[in-house]
Each structure stands twice: as structure tokens, then as C-alpha cells.
Design a protein around this ligand. Structure first.
Ligand code: HEM
Length: 442
């Protein structure tokens, strides 16, 4: 009996002791983590702490780039803030952005719910060796197929653009004085230039397949933005409706993938390594070479070749088409609001080019008003106000502040475009002009 009681007491003491030890252990761990977090937070660039879990999300009103701009006015040109679970570091000074983004350690891309959907394919949302190789390859390829200021390829590119401009003008003429939506007309013309370089494809202005492709891109943007909250607070992805939206995105992406895959298959059938027609052919050539050398698996860092080609085509198409389309639409809008600038550009064009032919690249040095007007449109419209988000490839320091590897680095291009130290009255569209540039600013 005594032995039994002693054993029970011993077990009780051990259990009590282990529970206490465990409790102390957990408390110490939590305190260390808390201290680490406080130390990390105090070493970060200045900025609002926000609320637990939500960060600054509840305080966002209107455009995010304007919210960041306001924070930089309050805290300085380098700030940090939290949006949900994401640590955001914003760089708003031209020189700081330029110096930082020249460094290899700023070339990472953040891992988010958004990038998870893309699965590391393409070029825009990749990092490391795959990104570097793809970027170099694309630079060479695009230059070879005409994206260059010099050489015979430039003339080829010019001819390609002029054909599309002529077609564009004839569509406009056919509409006579009726109101028109420039968006779909520009979309076809610009896509034809880009798709010709990418995959020798051209669309007519009534092509149903093209309309469907554009619809899928537009819908994709909308679906992605409806998931935005869950990119910052991941638990929200379990909310009703989110699974369906993700399913729809996956289905649309599959349909777009199929469209591109058909083009890849057609190219495979007619491929001739002695006559590379476009960027897609250069990819097929690269794959063929790597397979012959037995390095096919390493070529895209073990990624599926066809999916990589699909995503590259998709990346270049969306990055190139949407940006130029928006810029041209802004140009038209600004011209309507500033007829005196439109008149100045028209007069210069009439004088230098005349009305019997289209302008050429070689006319550009003689068109300072036109050129500075185009540059001003790009500055004022600031169509990519927050650039694309980068991430440090390792924990590092910038201007004495700590930037952890998981931070999202936002280059606030809008602030650069509106920096009064760089531009005269940058917000005033009728007077602003880059110092030293010729007249004609919008
Ligand atoms: C007005 C026109 C354009 C603007 C304002 C623009 C703006 C940008 C910006 C801000 C970035 C992010 C760079 C970074 O990672 O920090 C970018 C990347 C990129 N742009 Fe453009 N872009 C334009 C036209 C084009 C065109 C015509 C193409 C191709 C046909 C293109 C293809 C790309 C690609 C592939 C990337 C990703 C580069 C990388 O990750 O290394 N862009 N662009």
C-alpha cells in the first residue's frame, strides 16, 4: 500500500513537473520570438505598425500607390508597413531605386499566393538562375527579331509596325465620324506586332478566337483582384466563393494554355533549324540543342518545356500589349484635354514628315516636340505606378535599415514621376517638363 501510494505521488510530481517545465519552455520560446520580432521591427525602415494580423489593411483608402506616397511624405523615402501577413518595404526615391535594383540581391520575387498560382513559370515572376537565363535569352531573341535601334532588323520591325498602323488607320477611317472605342482596335494592332515577333501570328479585327483570348485576359485580371485580400491574409482563401474563383482562374488559364499549345504544336511540325522565324522557333531550337547534348532537363531548371514556352508567350503578350495600349490611350486623352499640344505636335509632324508618308524612326531626332510629348505622357500616366514587386534574395541592409528575405520590395515609380526635385510642377499637366527637354510637354 505504501509502495503504491509512493508511486502515485511520484507520478503526480513528475507530471506536475513536466507540465511546468513545458509551460516554462513554451513561455521562454514565445518571449524569445517576441523579442526577436521587436528587434526586427525596430531595425526595419520607419512606418506605421498597423493592427495585429491585419496590419495597415483597414486603413487603406483609394489607390494603394497614393497610400504609399502619403506614408513616404510622413516617414521618409524608405518606409515599411504591413498588409496582413506581408511585410512591404517601399522605395520612393529615384536614386535609391536605381542603386538598389542594380544589385543582384534585389532580383528576387516574393513568394505569395499569387505567385503560387503561376507555379514559377515564365520570366516576370521567376527568380534566380531560371530568371537570369530567360531574361538574357529574351533580350537576345527580341533584339534579333527587331526590337533594336540599329541594324537591318530595325527596318524589319519598322515595316511590321507601319503595316499595322496603316491597317489601324483604315479601320478608323471606315468608322467615319461615329464614336468608337479605341480599346479593341488598338488591342488587335498591338497584338499583331507582338505576336508576329513571338509566334508569327496575326489576327483580323473580327477574329473570334482573339476576342475570346482577350476576354480571358481581362477576366483573369478581375478574378485575380477579387482574390487580393487572401494574398495578404491567407486564411481568407477558405472563405466561401474563393475556391470557385481559383477554379475559374485555373480553367481559364488552361484554355489560354491550349490556345498557345496549338501554336507550339504547329511550330513543331513546320520547324526548320536553318530558318528560325520567331521567338518560339528560337525556343524550339534551344530545346532541340539541349536534348541532343543531353542537358534538356537542366534547360528550364527541370520545368516542363511546353508550359514554360506557354508562360513566356503569355508574359510577353500581357506585359507588352497592355502597357503600350494604356499609354496610347492616355496619349489620346491628354491630347483631347490639351488641344494646343496636339496642334504643336501636328504642326511639327507636318513640317518634318508631311502627310504623304508615315513617320519613321530616323525622323525622331527632328521631332523634339513630338518626342518630349510622348515622354511626358509616359511620365504623367505612370501606368505601372508601383513597378513590379521584388524581394531580397537574402536578409540585407539598405541605408542602415534591415530588410528581411521575405519582405516585398515596392519601387514606387509614381513618386519618381511626381518628384518635384526632378520635374517642374510635376502634377501640373499643362506646364511640367523635364528640365532640358524641348517644348511640347502636356
Ligand atoms: C509603356 C510601356 C512599358 C512600360 C511602362 C513597362 C514597364 C515595366 C516595368 C515597371 C517592369 C518591372 C521591372 C522590374 O522588375 O523592376 C517591366 C518588366 C517587364 N516588361 Fe515592361 N513595360 C513596357 C513595355 C513592355 C513591352 C513592349 C514588353 C515586351 C514586348 C515588355 C516586357 C516586359 C517583361 C518581359 C518584363 C519582366 C522583366 C523581368 O522580370 O526581368 N514591357 N515592364
Amino acid at each position: 500500500m505504501f509502495v503504491y501510494s509512493a508511486l502515485v505521488l511520484w507520478n503526480f510530481l513528475i507530471e506536475e513537473f513536466s507540465t511546468k517545465v513545458l509551460a516554462v519552455f513554451v513561455a521562454v520560446l514565445l518571449s524569445v520570438r517576441f523579442l526577436q520580432m521587436v528587434r526586427e521591427a525596430s531595425a526595419l525602415p520607419p512606418g506605421p505598425w498597423g493592427l495585429p494580423i491585419l496590419g495597415s489593411l483597414p486603413f487603406l483608402k483609394g489607390d494603394l500607390h497614393l497610400h504609399f506616397r502619403d506614408l513616404t511624405h510622413k516617414y521618409g523615402s524608405l518606409i515599411s508597413t504591413r498588409l496582413g501577413s506581408q511585410l512591404i518595404v517601399v522605395l520612393s526615391d529615384y536614386k535609391m531605386i536605381r542603386d538598389a535594383f542594380r544589385k543582384e540581391e534585389f532580383t528576387g520575387r516574393p513568394t505569395t499566393e499569387f505567385t503560387a498560382l503561376l507555379d514559377g513559370y515564365g520570366v516576370i515572376n521567376t527568380a534566380g538562375k531560371l530568371w537570369k537565363d530567360q531574361r538574357r535569352f529574351l533580350h537576345d531573341g527580341l533584339r534579333h527579331f527587331g526590337m533594336s535601334y540599329i541594324g537591318s532588323r530595325k527596318t524589319q520591325m519598322e515595316g511590321r509596325i507601319m503595316r499595322e498602323v496603316e491597317e489601324f488607320l483604315s479601320v478608323l477611317t471606315s468608322k467615319k465620324d461615329n464614336p468608337i472605342d479605341l480599346n479593341p482596335i488598338l488591342a488587335v494592332s498591338l497584338s499583331n506586332v507582338i505576336c508576329d515577333i513571338l509566334m508569327s501570328v496575326r489576327f483580323s479585327h473580327n477574329d473570334e478566337r482573339f476576342k475570346r483570348f482577350m476576354f480571358l485576359i481581362d477576366e483573369g485580371f478581375k478574378l485575380f483582384s477579387s482574390l487580393e485580400a487572401s494574398f495578404f491574409i491567407p486564411i481568407l482563401k477558405y472563405m466561401p466563393g474563393q475556391r470557385e474563383t481559383r477554379g475559374k482562374i485555373a480553367k481559364n488559364r488552361e484554355e489560354m494554355g491550349q490556345f498557345l499549345q496549338e501554336t507550339i504544336e504547329e511550330h513543331r511540325k513546320s520547324f526548320d533549324s536553318s530558318h528560325l522565324r520567331d521567338l518560339l522557333d528560337t525556343y524550339l531550337y534551344e530545346i532541340q540543342k539541349a536534348n541532343e547534348e543531353g542537358t534538356g532537363h537542366h534547360l528550364f531548371e527541370g520545368k516542363d518545356h511546353d508550359r514554360q514556352m506557354q508562360q513566356i508567350m503569355g508574359d510577353l503578350f500581357s506585359a507588352g500589349m497592355e502597357t503600350i495600349k494604356s499609354s496610347l490611350q492616355w496619349a489620346v486623352l491628354f491630347m483631347l484635354h490639351h488641344p494646343e499640344v496636339m496642334k504643336a505636335v501636328q504642326e511639327e509632324m507636318d513640317q518634318v514628315v508631311g502627310r504623304r508618308r508615315l513617320p519613321k524612326l530616323e525622323d525622331l531626332p527632328y521631332l523634339p516636340v513630338t518626342e518630349s510629348t510622348m515622354l511626358e505622357v509616359l511620365r504623367i500616366s505612370s501606368i505601372v505606378p508601383m513597378g513590379t514587386t521584388h524581394a531580397p534574395t537574402r536578409d540585407l541592409k539598405l541605408n542602415g535599415f534591415y530588410l528581411p528575405r521575405h519582405a516585398q520590395i515596392v519601387p514606387l515609380l509614381h513618386s519618381v514621376h511626381m518628384d518635384p526635385n526632378l520635374w517642374n510642377e510635376p502634377e501640373n499637366r499643362s506646364t511640367s517638363c523635364r528640365s532640358g527637354s524641348a517644348g511640347g510637354c502636356v
